[in-house]
Write a protein of this length. Structure first.
Length: 93
């Protein structure tokens, strides 16, 4: 039986979760917008974050370890199947 014949039924998994890279790119985009908005609020309102970082250092840290890492994970989950010729990581439908 072919792969297409086995998976013709209706999927219960949301589309954005069917391949491994999609949640990482979605999370990277959402977190970058949230972190920038939070950083702007902190700078303009003078709110202090419960952190040892000053607002600029916090922004740098969150962009490097939040946004960039999620983007790298999404890229690798997209590129590795192309490099190896294997199917990508996917949720069982």
């Amino acid at each position: 039986m072919s792969f297409a014949a086995e998976h013709t039924g209706k999927s219960v998994t949301p589309t954005f979760l069917t391949l491994g890279f999609r949640p990482f790119f979605l999370a990277a985009g959402v977190w970058s917008a949230v972190a920038i908005a939070l950083w702007i609020v902190v700078l303009t309102a003078g709110i202090e974050l419960p952190s040892r970082f000053d607002p600029l250092a916090w922004h740098i840290h969150e962009m490097l370890f939040g946004f960039v890492m999620a983007t790298i994970a999404g890229f690798l989950l997209t590129a590795i199947p192309n490099w190896t010729g294997r199917p990508p990581v996917a949720a069982d439908c």
